[in-house]
Design a protein around this ligand. Structure first.
Ligand SMILES: Nc1nc2c(c(=O)[nH]1)N[C@H]1C(S)=C(S)[C@@H](COP(=O)(O)O)O[C@H]1N2
Ligand SMILES: [Mo]
Length: 161
């Protein structure tokens, strides 16, 4: 390709790839007993947000995003007073673009059950997450190691054994 054309193509591909916060550059697959759906940035925008700091490999950053509990409410997860009896076997599978998978029990995530939060972060230190890390990252408060803080989240599944 002609050099000028190649430069123009590169510029166009850059401008055609807006970040998560701007348009539907990425989406999240949510599934539960009622079925599966894909949600976009706009669907997360009005959920209650929290900030959490996470230290990994000697670096600490402040992440912000909707609580995972509020995202799971969109799947009609049995939280709060509904999280009793049979509902306590419910678990949450978080999948990432690189094949990494982490499981939480719903009880670990419910703010009515545990004092520590789990968020689905879309920013770090006030800026959208990088492609290596986001556009969405789980951040778990209170873990001694950051291993469950899943980068590049692609899917969240609500399941029971
Ligand atoms: N998608 C994905 N998320 C992941 C991992 C991974 O391999 N893939 N590794 C985990 C582990 S073991 C650690 S220690 C932290 C590292 O976070 P950092 O990349 O911000 O340093 O990410 C966690 N989240
Ligand atoms: Mo790790």
């Amino acid at each position: 390709m002609h050099r000028t054309l190649a430069a123009l193509a590169a510029l166009l591909s850059l401008t055609a790839a807006p970040s998560w916060g701007q348009t539907l550059a990425a989406s999240l697959r949510l599934s539960g007993p009622a079925g599966e759906r894909t949600i976009a940035a706009a669907d997360l925008a009005d959920l209650p947000r929290r900030t959490l700091s996470l230290t990994a490999h000697g670096e600490t950053h402040v992440y912000e995003g909707p609580t995972l509990a509020s995202v799971l409410e969109r799947l009609d997860a049995p939280l709060g007073q509904r999280l009793r009896g049979e509902a306590l076997k419910t678990f949450v599978v978080v999948r990432a673009a690189d094949g990494y998978v982490v499981v939480f029990s719903l009880a670990e995530i419910d703010p009515a059950m545990r004092p520590t939060a789990v968020i689905l972060a879309d920013t770090a230190d006030g800026a959208p997450l990088s492609a290596e890390e986001g556009p969405l990252r789980i951040v778990v408060e209170g873990d001694a190691r950051p291993a469950r803080s899943v980068r590049q989240v692609t899917a969240i599944e609500l399941r029971a054994p």
